[in-house]
Structures are given as structure tokens and as C-alpha cells.
Design a protein around this ligand. Structure first.
Ligand SMILES: Cc1cc2nc3c(=O)[nH]c(=O)nc-3n(C[C@H](O)[C@H](O)[C@H](O)COP(=O)(O)O)c2cc1C
Length: 329
């Protein structure tokens, strides 16, 4: 357990913010499955853009999966401060600043991890945001600009001095994008150099790996992104393993069916018929990949155009799986 400002975080495994993935329905499932904190997809600090459906969806919050953490990205201190205040007014209990994203569009505007190059600007942004809100502010970074310029320790010290209440570090530089393996040495060094909770992130896809990283880095928690695609139950597995060394297996087919149905129904309800059906395709594909069954299932599913036909297809898919499982037993 650790604290972010006044909030006691009840699990040492957190969900990584992922644009296009960690919408309210997915965050809700992951939080209920044991993630201690679930952060929104990043939101531009340009509040003029918030009228779009996309931004409105990203701002949607739910009290029962708190503390509510909303992530903002941008490079203008004043705009970031205004955006943070607007998020707090909409119910954010934690503001997370994204300085970890390598996306081109973001970097062109010198946002995301490109900001790490300019330590004075980082300081100004953090100061402006922390001073603009009463809620705790957290920061997410990479280990540096590139392998020759790994300044994460310096950034971590700036963050601590400016009142950042928790720091997540993805163990890659901006230049690494998603290539190679994440490294945890820099994260361990950061933990040694600051007195705020540090969260280790990058390539953690199992309970064993989570424990290894926590032990190696002494981080307050780990954060999982891609490892949660199609298997939100990973949070329960990691939480239990970290808390009492229990290594639980994957849920039963029946339990997975309940999770998938709830997830897809929540997507339909949240986005409405047209978008809901399209977004459900991606998640169902991930679930099917986890269950390692043939691709023809997702091919058929991806052609369905209505929520009711998707729900029937999911029911049929699990009925077939159950049948095969029972036959094999
Ligand atoms: C599809 C996708 C979208 C992402 N969007 C965001 C984002 O909005 N904000 C952010 O801070 N990081 C974002 N990230 C980075 C993740 O939060 C995380 O740092 C990274 O995926 C490494 O963790 P993992 O190996 O557990 O996936 C994104 C990553 C992916 C794959």
C-alpha cells in the first residue's frame, strides 16, 4: 500500500493510461479486478478541443472506480494549468501529466517524452500545474530522451521539488519507442534518489515479472499496459502474488465469459451502437487471442454490425469453448 496525496492506493499494481484502450468501461473492469489506480487516456491540454466526442468520452469519470485520475498532455505551462483545473472541476481527484508518450504528433508540438529534453520547461509545467489545483499531481515519464541522454533522475528530482506526488517511469527512452526490452536499472536509481512513490512500468506481463521488478527496483508499485489487453484479470493475479505469494491460474471459461460479456455490453452502452460495436471488435480480438483459438472467430465477429449480433456471437463462442473443454476433460 502507498499513498498519492490523501488517497491510499489499495493495490501495488496499476493500469497504464493507453489512448484508444483505457476508456471508462475498460478502466472500470481493471479497477474491479484489482488495479489500485486506473488513469484515463491522455487528454490534450487544449481545452478548446474538449467539445469533441472523443475528448468528452476521455473525460468521463465514475466515482466507484476512484481515485479518479485524469491524464493531460501538452507543453504550455499556462494551458496545462488551465486544463488541470478544468479536469479537477469535472471530478478528477488526481491529475497525471504525460511526459512519456513518443507519438510523433505529440512530439512535434514538443509534448510527451520530447519535453524531457528541456528540463527548465518541465519545471515550469510541473510548477504551473501543481499550483493550479488542490488535488495531487502525478507525472509519467520515460528514462530520457535517448540512450545518451537518460536524464530521468534529474527529472525525478525536479518533480519531487515541485510537489509531484507520484512518478511513473517507463523503462525506455523516447528514442527506443517500443523497441527492445524495458530496463529497470534507471528505475531502481530513481527510487534511491527521491522520496516520492515511484511506479515501475514497461513489459510487465505476468505476476512473476511484476514481483521481480518490484524486488529489483524497490518501486512502490508496478504499472501494466499491454499485458492487460484481453486479460484484465492479470491485476487480480499480480495483486494476490504481491500480497501473499498466491499464484492463481487464469479464470475459468465461465468466469471469462461473464467478464467479456460485461465488457462488451458496457462498450455498447458507453459509446452507443455505432462506435460501441467498432470498439468492441478490438477488445474481443484480444480476448480471443488470450484464449488461443483460431482467427476465424474474430474475422466473423469483426463483420458484425449490431450490438445484439455481437452479444449472440460472444455467447456462441463461449458455448463452443465450453463444449470443447468439457469434451477434453
Ligand atoms: C496503444 C497505446 C496507447 C498509449 N497511450 C498512452 C497515453 O495516453 N498516455 C501515456 O502516458 N502513455 C501511453 N502509452 C504508454 C503506456 O502507458 C505504457 O507506458 C507503455 O505501454 C509501456 O507499458 P507496457 O509495456 O506495460 O505496455 C500507450 C501505450 C500504448 C501501447
Amino acid at each position: 500500500m502507498f499513498n498519492i496525496g490523501p488517497y491510499a492506493i489499495d493495490s501495488r499494481v496499476l493500469l497504464a493510461p493507453m489512448a484508444g484502450v483505457t476508456d471508462l468501461p475498460f478502466r472500470s473492469i481493471c479497477r474491479k479486478m484489482g488495479a489500485g489506480l486506473v488513469t484515463s487516456e491522455m487528454l490534450s491540454s487544449d481545452t478548446r478541443l474538449w467539445q469533441s466526442d472523443k475528448s468528452r468520452n476521455r473525460l468521463a469519470v465514475a466515482e466507484d472506480i476512484g481515485p479518479i485520475s485524469i491524464q493531460i498532455a501538452g507543453s504550455e505551462p499556462q494551458m496545462m494549468a488551465d486544463a488541470a483545473r478544468a479536469c479537477a472541476e469535472q471530478g478528477a481527484q488526481i491529475i497525471d501529466i504525460n511526459m512519456g508518450c513518443p507519438a510523433k504528433k505529440v512530439c512535434k508540438k514538443l509534448a510527451g517524452s520530447a519535453l524531457l529534453k528541456d528540463e527548465a520547461l518541465v519545471k515550469n509545467i510541473l510548477q504551473a500545474v501543481v499550483q493550479s489545483v488542490d488535488v495531487p499531481v502525478t507525472l509519467k515519464i520515460r528514462t530520457g530522451w535517448d540512450t545518451q541522454n537518460k536524464n530521468a533522475i534529474q527529472i525525478a528530482k525536479i518533480a519531487e521539488n515541485e510537489g509531484i506526488q507520484a512518478l511513473t517511469v517507463h523503462g525506455r527512452t523516447r528514442a527506443c519507442r517500443f523497441n527492445g526490452e524495458a530496463e529497470y536499472d534507471t528505475i531502481a536509481e530513481i527510487v534511491d534518489n527521491v522520496n516520492i512513490p515511484v511506479v515501475a512500468n514497461g513489459d510487465i506481463k505476468s505476476a512473476e515479472k511484476a514481483k521481480e521488478v518490484i524486488t529489483y527496483t524497490s518501486a512502490a508499485a508496478v504499472m501494466i499496459g499491454r499485458g492487460a489487453w484481453g486479460r484484465p484479470w492479470i491485476f487480480k493475479q499480480v495483486k494476490e502474488y504481491l500480497e501473499d505469494d498466491t499464484l492463481s491460474t487464469q479464470p475459468s471459461i465461465k468466469q471469462i465469459k461473464t467478464i467479456v460479456l460485461e465488457h462488451i455490453e458496457a462498450l455498447h452502452a458507453f459509446y452507443g451502437e455505432f462506435m460501441g460495436v467498432r470498439i468492441a471488435r478490438k477488445h474481443f480480438t484480444w480476448y480471443v487471442q488470450q484464449l488461443s483459438v483460431s482467427n476465424s472467430t474474430t474475422k466473423n465477429f469483426n463483420q458484425l454490425e449490431t450490438s445484439t449480433s455481437q452479444i449472440s456471437a460472444v455467447q456462441e463462442f463461449f458455448a463452443r469453448l465450453n463444449y470443447h473443454e468439457e469434451k477434453a476433460a
